[in-house]
Design a binder for this molecule. Structure first.
Ligand code: F6P
Length: 418
């Protein structure tokens, strides 16, 4: 019988992670196993595709070793984008163009690996397919270190970032005890996550038999008060000479402004209207140094926290791969306008599976840390938070080391297209 399956196209979108390529590997392997002829990769997501940039992945992933390398290569192998498609009624010509391009490539399944903004792309394209009667299926594969996607227990990428962040916080705490400083010292660590405090909360995992953990944790879910912060820090300094505090990049004062805006580090705004959040720790370290006359240091984990594949979580990399496979399977079996979600079956032993949910309920939404998982005074997270996050950082999946450094999947030819 003739194989009626034609081709697949996959793209990566939004902020990169240490696990996004593992999902790409899962999509690719499943598509091939299910009999698709070609798997195309969009270069820089839908934005690059509109400009005609895509590749045939078979020319770049040549062996099972390449798939293993891809799973362990951080950042978006295909390149990513933060690009918002216009509403259908605003630019029908653009949608016609995209669908013409997809038809020309004989695409049956379109898989997009991304976060809440990226799911907006799946939503709009699947809506347009319904309007025009196109048979192309559009399925989203969740990804974001921020862990802020609705309906899923957690998102691939989060566990590895959380593992790196908790490890780094533990190392900074250790460092803090090494030297004695006049009036003590305060280190403020700024963690990504935008308006959701999942990653900042994960710094609590530094706490254990051999470490006190951070002395305070400030999430964006609670309004930030600079005066209360200074007072709390002062109290902590009375008890210990080295204080380590984790803050989210997204903490806001009661006027609704990000604390980072007080630092004047940058005014950059992306296509989704998101301000670049950076500088909150620098600002607060300056305030504390002036007011408490102590040594301070601002540590911004920045890009390191989403690119640290040397500290990846085995649970995360494995789930990312499986979720990629599940997205491909769902599209192959006829789903469209859907996203794969992870469903937790138990905490201990940790068990999880996947389900398929309507992307219209997910796109553009933000899932934040429940208030009851944050201490009453807003300066720490509760045991429930720990129970939730702990299983997600378990297990190691080290890089393949060559000449003392991690080897990544890299094709010079591919990068010429960027
Ligand atoms: O999208 C995830 C994320 O890592 C956020 O946590 C963060 O605010 C943002 O991306 C930073 O993106 P960029 O490095 O492009 O400024």
């Amino acid at each position: 019988m003739q194989n009626k399956k034609r081709n697949v196209i996959v793209g990566q979108s939004g902020g990169p992670t240490a696990a996004i390529n593992s999902s790409l590997a899962g999509v690719y392997k499943t598509a091939i196993d299910r009999g698709y002829k070609k798997v195309y990769g969009m270069i820089h997501g839908i934005q690059g595709f509109i400009e005609g940039r895509y590749i045939d992945l078979a020319e770049h992933i040549e062996s099972s070793l390449d798939i293993e390398l891809l799973k362990r290569t951080p950042a978006a192998y295909l390149g990513s984008c933060r690009y918002k498609l216009p509403e259908i009624h605003e630019d029908k010509a653009l949608y016609e163009k995209i669908f013409e391009m997809l038809d020309k490539l004989q695409i049956d399944c379109f898989i997009y690996i991304g976060g809440n903004d990226s799911m907006d792309t799946i939503k709009k394209l699947s809506d347009y397919a319904i309007i025009t009667g196109s048979k192309i299926r559009f399925v989203g594969c969740p990804k974001t270190i921020d862990n802020d996607l609705a309906l899923t227990d957690h998102t691939p990428g989060f566990g590895s970032a959380a593992k790196f962040i908790a490890t780094s916080v533990k190392e900074v705490i250790r460092d803090g005890w090494s030297l004695e400083t006049k009036n003590g010292q305060v280190v403020i660590i700024e963690v990504m996550g935008r308006n959701a405090g999942w990653l900042t909360g994960a710094t609590v995992l530094a706490k254990g038999e051999d470490c006190d953990g951070p002395d305070a944790i400030y999430l964006p879910e609670v309004t930030f008060d600079v005066e209360k912060f200074v007072k709390h820090t002062k109290d902590l300094l009375k008890k210990k000479a080295s204080v380590v505090i984790a803050i989210s990049e997204g903490i806001k004062g009661k006027d609704g402004r990000y604390i980072s805006e007080l630092s004047d580090v940058t005014d950059y705004v992306d296509a989704f209207g998101h301000k670049q959040l950076t500088g909150a720790a620098v600002y607060l370290a300056k305030v504390v140094a002036e007011r408490l006359e102590c040594k301070t240091r601002a540590v911004e984990l920045s890009t390191l926290q989403r690119a640290a594949s040397h500290m990846a979580s085995l649970v995360d990399i494995t789930e990312a791969y499986e979720v990629g496979g599940a997205a491909m399977k769902a599209a192959d079996e006829g789903d469209s306008g859907k996203m794969i979600v992870i469903v937790r079956l138990s905490d201990d032993p940790y068990q999880a599976g996947t389900e398929v949910k309507d992307v219209h309920r997910i796109a553009n939404d933000e899932r934040r840390v429940p208030r009851e998982w944050i201490s009453k005074d807003g300066t720490y997270v509760t045991d429930e938070f720990v129970t939730y996050v702990e299983p997600l950082i378990q297990g190691e999946v080290g890089p393949i080391m060559v000449d003392g450094l991690p080897r990544h999947l890299y094709r010079p030819g591919l990068h010429d297209l960027f």
